[in-house]
Design a binder for this molecule. Structure first.
Ligand code: ARG
Length: 363
């Protein structure tokens, strides 16, 4: 980014920060001058903690695909910009997992590692999520584990990692630093909270041996605030049940469990018109929500989440801001038309600060 663009982006962000925080115009102008000077002298600038914190929250509030944005202001921001070695980054990530898991009362959280400096990336996390299950292709064309993780699992194996070969092997942390290159760290078992999936009424579902991890911590997106880029900034909320019950465990290209659920629960699956997939899907989603509740782990059902999103829309309107959104992502994958979101339309303009995809270092 040119110095001029950086100055512009920084000024835009600082205007918004000082206005929403209702700080004085004098303080704002002083800070803007300071930032301009820094860009002039060094080609870049540094966010104060308050700016970093608010920028990360705004990036969540601006995430068009997220239904959970009502809680944007509760995000806990961990400033980890002083960590440059993979050992320090790894222990910080494990601490993030522990703090965010919080014994099941999941805390929305982000850990922000050093900013990009021109062509130089100090820290990059290769994992899609900090906790994710490995996937292995078998000779017969089938899969063990999560087929979504095939390419990344190979990366880990190439480096000498060896999974136990179960359907739910937790992948290691893969951290790249400018100083050390690629390094690997196992996540301690005690830090990975997992929930065995049981059905509230039908005992047979448990026999499938399904489980899922408690906290989805997206680790491969970059955070952009005021023209600065943070390539390593893993963040988490809590799950919406359908992410697991209607996608991760259900999609044909993932764990593909609907036929197994139907069979275990005795749902006749001979004819599509019996809607056995739909029935099995509802029961699997009920089982996911029931199981997380049983273990005291935060989760939200899609009807409640949609209501919370409506509240978010009202709240934003009251604050004089318009809500942008990506309808195709906001609607839940189960019973979409039973939510208000389905019957609304959204402007999919991307505001900044925001979280963006970045090219995967593998694949
Ligand atoms: N859909 C992803 C998954 O199933 C998680 C994405 C983030 N989800 C969230 N509730 N914050 O693992």
């Amino acid at each position: 980014m040119s110095g001029e663009t950086l100055r512009y982006e920084a000024a835009q962000f600082l205007n918004q920060f000082y206005e929403e925080k209702q700080y004085s115009a004098i303080a704002r102008d002083n800070r803007k001058k300071e930032v301009e000077k820094s860009i002039q002298l060094t080609g870049t600038y540094e966010h104060t903690f308050a700016e970093l914190e608010y920028g990360a929250k705004l990036a969540w509030r601006n995430s068009n695909r997220c239904i959970g944005r009502l809680f944007w202001d509760t995000l806990v921001v961990r400033d980890q910009r002083h960590l440059f070695t993979s050992k320090d980054v790894a222990s910080s990530l494990i601490e993030h997992i522990d703090l965010a898991t919080n014994e099941g009362r999941i805390q929305p959280m982000i850990s922000i590692f050093p900013a990009q400096r021109e062509k130089e990336t100090p820290v990059r996390i290769w994992n899609y999520q900090l906790i994710r299950y490995a996937g292995y292709a078998q000779k017969d064309g089938g899969y063990i584990g999560d087929p979504d993780s095939l390419a990344f699992t190979k990366v880990c194996e190439k480096a000498g990692w060896e999974g136990a070969g179960t359907s739910f092997d937790v992948l290691p942390l893969v951290i790249e630093t400018k100083e050390e290159g690629l390094t690997y760290y196992e996540v301690p078992e005690a830090s990975v909270k997992e929930i065995a999936i049981e059905h509230p009424e039908n005992e047979a579902l448990a026999s499938l041996g399904l489980k899922w991890y408690a906290v989805p911590i997206v680790a491969d997106m970059k955070l952009e605030i005021g023209g600065l880029t943070y390539p390593a900034a893993p963040f988490n909320g809590w799950y919406m049940g359908t992410e697991i019950g209607a996608r991760n465990l259900a999609d044909e290209a993932r764990y593909n469990m609907l036929p197994n659920v139907a069979e275990a629960m005795g749902i006749p699956s001979k004819h599509e018109a019996d809607l056995w997939r739909d029935q099995a899907g509802v029961e699997l989603n009920r089982a996911v929500l029931y199981s997380f509740h049983r273990e005291g782990v935060s989760i939200v059902d899609h009807h409640t989440a949609a209501k919370q999103f409506t509240k978010f829309e009202k709240q934003e309107k009251q604050a004089g801001r318009d809500v942008t959104g990506d309808w195709t992502w906001l609607i839940p994958p189960a019973s979409p038309a039973a939510t208000r979101i389905f019957h609304s339309s959204y402007d999919n303009t991307w505001k900044t600060p925001n979280y963006y995809y970045q090219e995967r270092p593998y694949e």
